[in-house]
Design a protein around this ligand. Sequence first.
Ligand SMILES: C[S@@+](CC[C@H](N)C(=O)[O-])C[C@H]1O[C@@H](n2cnc3c(N)ncnc32)[C@H](O)[C@@H]1O
Length: 260
Amino acid sequence: MASWDPGQYNRFADERARPFRELVARIPTAGAVAVVDLGCGPGSMTATLAERWPDAAILGIDSSPAMIEAASRLQTPQLRFQLADAGSWRPQRGSVDVIVANASLQWVAGHETLLPAWAAGLDDGGTLAFQVPIAAFDPGFGEVAARPRWADRLAGALGSTGPRSATPVLAAEEYVRLLSAAGLTVDAWQTTYYHVLPGDDPVFEWFKGTGLRPYLDALDPQAAQEFSAEVREELRALHPREPFGTILPFPRLFVVAHRP
Ligand SMILES: C[S@@+](CC[C@H](N)C(=O)[O-])C[C@H]1O[C@@H](n2cnc3c(N)ncnc32)[C@H](O)[C@@H]1O
Protein backbone atom coordinates (compact mmCIF):
# COMPACT_ATOMS: atom_id res chain seq x y z
CA MET A 1 0.00 0.00 0.00
CA ALA A 2 1.40 3.40 -0.99
CA SER A 3 2.20 5.49 2.04
CA TRP A 4 1.12 9.02 2.85
CA ASP A 5 3.44 11.61 1.32
CA PRO A 6 3.97 14.66 3.56
CA GLY A 7 5.31 16.67 0.58
CA GLN A 8 2.19 16.07 -1.53
CA TYR A 9 -0.04 16.72 1.50
CA ASN A 10 1.71 20.03 2.25
CA ARG A 11 1.20 21.36 -1.30
CA PHE A 12 -2.08 22.91 -0.17
CA ALA A 13 -0.98 23.64 3.39
CA ASP A 14 -2.76 27.01 3.72
CA GLU A 15 -6.12 25.65 2.57
CA ARG A 16 -5.78 22.61 4.82
CA ALA A 17 -4.76 24.71 7.83
CA ARG A 18 -7.88 26.83 7.88
CA PRO A 19 -10.42 24.20 9.06
CA PHE A 20 -7.96 23.14 11.78
CA ARG A 21 -7.72 26.70 13.08
CA GLU A 22 -11.49 27.22 12.89
CA LEU A 23 -12.06 23.95 14.76
CA VAL A 24 -9.58 24.72 17.53
CA ALA A 25 -10.90 28.28 17.91
CA ARG A 26 -14.24 26.82 19.09
CA ILE A 27 -12.73 24.63 21.84
CA PRO A 28 -13.72 26.18 25.18
CA THR A 29 -11.19 24.30 27.36
CA ALA A 30 -8.71 26.61 29.11
CA GLY A 31 -5.58 25.54 30.95
CA ALA A 32 -5.29 22.07 29.43
CA VAL A 33 -2.51 19.81 30.71
CA ALA A 34 -2.96 16.85 28.33
CA VAL A 35 -3.79 17.34 24.64
CA VAL A 36 -3.91 14.64 21.96
CA ASP A 37 -4.03 15.16 18.18
CA LEU A 38 -5.30 12.02 16.44
CA GLY A 39 -4.13 11.66 12.82
CA CYS A 40 -1.68 14.52 13.29
CA GLY A 41 -0.11 14.20 9.82
CA PRO A 42 3.18 16.12 9.39
CA GLY A 43 2.71 17.78 12.80
CA SER A 44 2.72 21.40 11.67
CA MET A 45 -0.83 21.96 12.92
CA THR A 46 -0.19 19.97 16.10
CA ALA A 47 2.62 22.42 16.87
CA THR A 48 0.11 25.29 16.86
CA LEU A 49 -1.67 23.62 19.80
CA ALA A 50 1.37 24.47 21.93
CA GLU A 51 0.61 28.18 21.38
CA ARG A 52 -2.97 27.71 22.53
CA TRP A 53 -2.10 25.52 25.56
CA PRO A 54 1.48 26.45 26.53
CA ASP A 55 1.38 24.39 29.75
CA ALA A 56 0.04 21.18 28.18
CA ALA A 57 1.85 18.01 27.18
CA ILE A 58 0.85 17.58 23.55
CA LEU A 59 0.88 14.18 21.84
CA GLY A 60 0.42 13.73 18.09
CA ILE A 61 -0.59 10.26 16.92
CA ASP A 62 -0.53 9.04 13.33
CA SER A 63 -0.48 5.63 11.66
CA SER A 64 1.78 6.72 8.79
CA PRO A 65 5.52 6.22 9.37
CA ALA A 66 6.31 8.94 6.78
CA MET A 67 4.05 11.44 8.55
CA ILE A 68 5.49 10.61 11.98
CA GLU A 69 9.01 10.88 10.62
CA ALA A 70 8.21 14.38 9.27
CA ALA A 71 6.44 15.35 12.51
CA SER A 72 9.28 14.13 14.71
CA ARG A 73 11.49 16.94 13.38
CA LEU A 74 9.17 19.32 15.28
CA GLN A 75 9.50 17.42 18.55
CA THR A 76 10.15 19.53 21.68
CA PRO A 77 9.92 18.71 25.41
CA GLN A 78 6.27 19.80 25.18
CA LEU A 79 5.43 18.21 21.84
CA ARG A 80 5.75 14.45 21.18
CA PHE A 81 4.73 12.26 18.27
CA GLN A 82 3.91 8.57 18.22
CA LEU A 83 3.26 6.03 15.48
CA ALA A 84 -0.06 4.42 16.38
CA ASP A 85 -3.51 3.63 15.01
CA ALA A 86 -6.14 6.09 16.26
CA GLY A 87 -8.66 3.25 16.02
CA SER A 88 -6.85 1.40 18.83
CA TRP A 89 -6.07 4.44 20.97
CA ARG A 90 -8.02 4.45 24.24
CA PRO A 91 -7.38 7.08 26.90
CA GLN A 92 -7.64 6.31 30.62
CA ARG A 93 -10.88 7.61 32.11
CA GLY A 94 -10.63 11.37 32.76
CA SER A 95 -6.98 11.51 31.66
CA VAL A 96 -7.17 13.97 28.72
CA ASP A 97 -8.29 17.61 28.48
CA VAL A 98 -8.45 18.03 24.71
CA ILE A 99 -8.71 15.51 21.87
CA VAL A 100 -8.40 16.99 18.37
CA ALA A 101 -8.84 15.05 15.13
CA ASN A 102 -8.70 17.24 12.05
CA ALA A 103 -9.39 15.66 8.64
CA SER A 104 -8.41 12.22 9.94
CA LEU A 105 -11.48 10.38 11.24
CA GLN A 106 -12.75 9.77 7.71
CA TRP A 107 -9.93 7.18 7.63
CA VAL A 108 -10.88 5.50 10.91
CA ALA A 109 -13.80 3.05 11.12
CA GLY A 110 -16.16 2.49 14.04
CA HIS A 111 -17.10 6.00 15.18
CA GLU A 112 -20.08 4.60 17.10
CA THR A 113 -17.76 2.89 19.58
CA LEU A 114 -14.65 5.08 19.34
CA LEU A 115 -16.27 8.41 20.12
CA PRO A 116 -17.91 7.31 23.40
CA ALA A 117 -14.59 5.69 24.44
CA TRP A 118 -12.72 8.92 23.73
CA ALA A 119 -15.44 10.98 25.44
CA ALA A 120 -14.94 8.84 28.57
CA GLY A 121 -11.26 9.80 28.48
CA LEU A 122 -12.06 13.50 28.89
CA ASP A 123 -11.56 15.14 32.25
CA ASP A 124 -14.24 17.59 33.49
CA GLY A 125 -14.06 20.69 31.29
CA GLY A 126 -12.42 18.67 28.52
CA THR A 127 -13.29 18.73 24.82
CA LEU A 128 -13.35 16.34 21.89
CA ALA A 129 -13.15 18.27 18.60
CA PHE A 130 -13.05 16.85 15.11
CA GLN A 131 -13.57 17.88 11.52
CA VAL A 132 -14.33 15.54 8.60
CA PRO A 133 -15.42 15.94 4.97
CA ILE A 134 -19.19 15.34 4.99
CA ALA A 135 -20.17 11.75 4.20
CA ALA A 136 -21.84 12.58 0.89
CA PHE A 137 -18.91 14.57 -0.47
CA ASP A 138 -17.57 13.20 -3.75
CA PRO A 139 -15.40 15.66 -5.70
CA GLY A 140 -15.82 13.38 -8.73
CA PHE A 141 -13.58 10.34 -8.38
CA GLY A 142 -16.23 8.27 -6.60
CA GLU A 143 -18.27 8.61 -9.76
CA VAL A 144 -15.36 7.31 -11.87
CA ALA A 145 -14.73 4.46 -9.41
CA ALA A 146 -18.36 3.39 -9.71
CA ARG A 147 -18.06 2.91 -13.49
CA PRO A 148 -18.39 -0.78 -14.46
CA ARG A 149 -14.77 -0.88 -15.63
CA TRP A 150 -13.51 -0.04 -12.12
CA ALA A 151 -16.28 -0.92 -9.67
CA ASP A 152 -15.38 -4.59 -9.13
CA ARG A 153 -11.67 -3.96 -8.85
CA LEU A 154 -12.15 -1.16 -6.34
CA ALA A 155 -15.04 -2.55 -4.31
CA GLY A 156 -12.90 -5.21 -2.63
CA ALA A 157 -10.29 -2.71 -1.56
CA LEU A 158 -12.65 -0.03 -0.36
CA GLY A 159 -15.28 -2.04 1.48
CA SER A 160 -17.79 -4.74 0.69
CA THR A 161 -20.45 -2.33 -0.50
CA GLY A 162 -18.26 -0.38 -2.90
CA PRO A 163 -16.41 2.90 -3.13
CA ARG A 164 -19.32 5.26 -2.60
CA SER A 165 -20.16 3.84 0.82
CA ALA A 166 -16.58 3.38 1.99
CA THR A 167 -16.59 6.41 4.32
CA PRO A 168 -17.19 5.73 8.03
CA VAL A 169 -18.40 9.33 8.49
CA LEU A 170 -21.87 9.59 10.07
CA ALA A 171 -24.56 12.24 9.64
CA ALA A 172 -24.16 15.32 11.88
CA GLU A 173 -27.29 14.37 13.83
CA GLU A 174 -25.75 10.99 14.68
CA TYR A 175 -22.69 12.64 16.21
CA VAL A 176 -24.88 15.00 18.22
CA ARG A 177 -26.91 12.03 19.57
CA LEU A 178 -23.87 9.85 20.25
CA LEU A 179 -21.89 12.48 22.14
CA SER A 180 -24.89 13.90 24.01
CA ALA A 181 -25.58 10.37 25.23
CA ALA A 182 -21.94 10.29 26.45
CA GLY A 183 -22.69 13.33 28.65
CA LEU A 184 -21.12 16.01 26.44
CA THR A 185 -22.55 19.32 25.23
CA VAL A 186 -22.31 19.31 21.46
CA ASP A 187 -21.68 22.15 19.03
CA ALA A 188 -21.83 20.88 15.42
CA TRP A 189 -21.81 22.81 12.18
CA GLN A 190 -21.04 22.46 8.50
CA THR A 191 -19.06 24.81 6.27
CA THR A 192 -18.36 24.67 2.55
CA TYR A 193 -15.00 26.20 1.62
CA TYR A 194 -14.64 27.46 -1.93
CA HIS A 195 -10.92 26.96 -2.35
CA VAL A 196 -9.38 28.67 -5.40
CA LEU A 197 -6.49 26.46 -6.45
CA PRO A 198 -3.61 27.40 -8.76
CA GLY A 199 -1.93 25.37 -11.52
CA ASP A 200 -2.84 22.42 -13.75
CA ASP A 201 -5.23 19.73 -12.52
CA PRO A 202 -5.10 21.08 -8.97
CA VAL A 203 -8.16 19.12 -7.77
CA PHE A 204 -6.47 15.89 -8.86
CA GLU A 205 -3.25 17.01 -7.17
CA TRP A 206 -5.15 17.85 -3.96
CA PHE A 207 -6.80 14.44 -3.70
CA LYS A 208 -3.78 12.50 -4.91
CA GLY A 209 -2.38 13.34 -1.46
CA THR A 210 -5.51 12.22 0.42
CA GLY A 211 -8.82 10.78 -0.78
CA LEU A 212 -7.55 9.18 -4.00
CA ARG A 213 -4.86 7.15 -2.27
CA PRO A 214 -7.00 4.08 -1.44
CA TYR A 215 -8.22 3.92 -5.05
CA LEU A 216 -4.72 4.17 -6.50
CA ASP A 217 -3.34 1.69 -3.95
CA ALA A 218 -5.94 -0.89 -5.00
CA LEU A 219 -4.80 -0.95 -8.64
CA ASP A 220 -1.63 -2.17 -10.34
CA PRO A 221 0.59 0.62 -11.72
CA GLN A 222 -0.77 0.43 -15.28
CA ALA A 223 -4.41 0.40 -14.12
CA ALA A 224 -3.68 3.20 -11.65
CA GLN A 225 -2.37 5.32 -14.50
CA GLU A 226 -5.47 4.66 -16.62
CA PHE A 227 -7.77 5.31 -13.66
CA SER A 228 -5.89 8.56 -12.93
CA ALA A 229 -6.34 9.72 -16.54
CA GLU A 230 -10.12 9.16 -16.28
CA VAL A 231 -10.24 10.92 -12.90
CA ARG A 232 -8.27 13.90 -14.22
CA GLU A 233 -10.70 14.25 -17.12
CA GLU A 234 -13.75 13.99 -14.86
CA LEU A 235 -12.34 16.46 -12.33
CA ARG A 236 -11.44 18.92 -15.11
CA ALA A 237 -15.01 18.77 -16.39
CA LEU A 238 -16.54 19.16 -12.92
CA HIS A 239 -14.08 21.82 -11.72
CA PRO A 240 -12.94 23.70 -14.84
CA ARG A 241 -9.95 26.01 -14.80
CA GLU A 242 -11.01 29.67 -14.83
CA PRO A 243 -8.92 32.82 -15.41
CA PHE A 244 -8.27 33.19 -11.66
CA GLY A 245 -7.80 29.48 -10.81
CA THR A 246 -9.92 26.37 -10.18
CA ILE A 247 -12.76 26.41 -7.65
CA LEU A 248 -12.93 23.39 -5.34
CA PRO A 249 -16.09 23.44 -3.18
CA PHE A 250 -15.27 21.39 -0.07
CA PRO A 251 -18.05 20.74 2.49
CA ARG A 252 -16.75 19.92 5.97
CA LEU A 253 -18.49 18.90 9.18
CA PHE A 254 -17.21 20.21 12.52
CA VAL A 255 -18.05 18.74 15.92
CA VAL A 256 -16.91 20.25 19.22
CA ALA A 257 -18.16 18.24 22.21
CA HIS A 258 -17.46 19.55 25.69
CA ARG A 259 -17.68 17.83 29.09
CA PRO A 260 -19.18 20.46 31.42
C1 LIG B 1 -5.71 14.55 5.76
S1 LIG B 1 -4.41 14.16 6.90
C2 LIG B 1 -4.71 15.29 8.24
C3 LIG B 1 -3.45 15.66 8.99
C4 LIG B 1 -3.60 16.72 10.10
N1 LIG B 1 -4.58 16.35 11.11
C5 LIG B 1 -3.93 18.09 9.54
O1 LIG B 1 -4.96 18.64 9.90
O2 LIG B 1 -3.15 18.61 8.73
C6 LIG B 1 -4.99 12.63 7.53
C7 LIG B 1 -4.00 11.92 8.44
O3 LIG B 1 -4.68 10.86 9.12
C8 LIG B 1 -3.75 9.81 9.27
N2 LIG B 1 -4.48 8.57 9.53
C9 LIG B 1 -5.24 7.86 8.68
N3 LIG B 1 -5.73 6.77 9.29
C10 LIG B 1 -5.26 6.80 10.56
C11 LIG B 1 -5.41 5.94 11.68
N4 LIG B 1 -6.16 4.84 11.63
N5 LIG B 1 -4.77 6.26 12.83
C12 LIG B 1 -4.00 7.38 12.91
N6 LIG B 1 -3.83 8.23 11.87
C13 LIG B 1 -4.46 7.94 10.71
C14 LIG B 1 -2.98 9.80 7.98
O4 LIG B 1 -1.75 9.11 8.10
C15 LIG B 1 -2.81 11.30 7.73
O5 LIG B 1 -1.62 11.79 8.27
